[in-house]
Design a protein around this ligand. Structure first.
Ligand code: PMP
Length: 349
């Protein structure tokens, strides 16, 4: 009783299901359906158990340097963490330290309000318009920081770079985090803005376009001063975030840019075919620039489709939330997986 009054009570984020059964079609957590670069398999063979006695490099220098090299940035402009969830949590802790509310969309990545609640950061959500688009003018009010994904999740809607710039430029007194978890599937990155503005940070991840969700690698780009503040908080929390295998495998993956591009193009081709099939079946949705489609059917409720697909061992994501409870978020899988999905849909809708 008494000790419980001192406990930090939180309502945790609910990650998508990770069903264990074989022969399922898993289109519910936006993972990449293809393996990472063959260089990752080679790197696994070089893992040395004797190195595991030692703490890993707290500065994560090899991976930071590889990311900087691939993106043409300086090492001091790069931060690495355990998936972009870790990077984003560190960003919230570092930059959102004001009495004023931070701003993010009402329909967005459902971890933002969890971090805000946990860290006691006041926040105010801004409604997306009727087409699920962010309205930049909503972010021109007093605030303690701004965060949004681009493309947005789970709606997939994209904000053009000029409008992101408007938000960054219009808020010189707060930090703007652009969460680019899905940017590699056809959207434009806001990375060039870090050269023009002091108050913007871009986060990305190896979990989607780089096929390493199971290894947990995320990263961020900003000016060296912002990265230093972020590292100060990281070292005050846990100096050794990335482990030795994660650093090695992440470095091998990021340096294989040819494999990365081919993999993204393959997913975008499957997405184009899947979009046509969804439309034929009476679904509507915005053109996607991510590795998922956010679809709604003209007649059949999303929940019924979701439940039908589960009986066929096909997992997609349905959010029981206002405004989006008649939508399904469907990750783009392999062509074969999408074939199974459409066969199951054809007999139901
Ligand atoms: N941002 C968005 C918008 C996401 O959908 C996800 C995936 N759940 C993440 C960040 C975090 O991904 P990860 O921690 O795997 O990098």
């Amino acid at each position: 009783m008494s000790w419980e009054s001192n406990v930090r009570k939180v309502v945790p984020y609910t990650p998508g299901e990770q069903p264990k059964a074989a022969d399922i079609v898993k289109l519910n957590t936006n993972e990449n359906p293809y393996p990472p670069s063959p260089r990752v398999a080679e790197a696994i063979r070089t893992l040395d158990p004797n190195r595991m006695r030692l703490y890993p490099d707290p500065k994560i220098e090899d991976l930071v340097h590889a990311i900087a090299l691939v993106y043409g940035r300086k090492d001091e402009e790069v931060f690495v963490g355990i998936g972009s969830d870790d990077v984003l949590a560190m960003c919230f802790m570092t930059y959102f330290n004001s009495e004023k509310p931070i701003l993010f969309p009402d329909i967005t990545y459902s971890f933002y309000d969890v971090w805000a609640e946990m860290l006691r950061i006041p926040y105010s959500t801004q409604p997306l318009d009727d087409h699920f688009h962010i309205r930049p003018q909503d972010y021109m009010r007093e605030n303690g920081g701004i965060v949004f994904p681009n493309p947005n999740a789970p709606t997939g809607s994209v904000l053009p770079l000029s409008e992101i710039e408007e938000i960054v430029k219009g808020n010189p007194d707060s930090v703007v985090i652009v969460d680019e978890a899905y940017v590699d599937f056809g959207a434009e990155s806001a990375l060039p803005l870090i050269d023009k503005y002091e108050n913007v940070i871009i986060t990305q991840t190896f979990s989607k376009s780089r096929s390493l969700a199971g290894v947990r690698v995320g990263y961020a780009f900003a000016n060296p001063k912002m990265i230093k503040y972020l590292n100060d908080v990281k070292y005050s929390f846990n100096s050794y975030t990335m482990n030795y295998p994660g650093i090695l495998l992440g470095t091998a993956e990021v340096l294989d840019t040819v494999h990365f591009r081919k993999n993204c193009e393959k997913i975008m081709r499957t997405r184009a075919n899947a979009s046509a099939r969804f439309r034929e079946l009476g679904f509507s949705f915005d053109e996607s620039c991510s590795n998922f489609l956010f679809v709604t059917h003209e007649r059949v409720p999303a929940k019924e489709i979701f439940e039908h697909l589960r009986t066929k061992h096909i997992y997609v994501r349905w959010f029981n939330k206002p405004r989006i409870d008649n939508y399904l978020r469907v990750t783009v899988g392999t062509d074969e997986e999408m074939e199974r999905l459409f066969s199951a849909l054809e007999e139901f809708v």
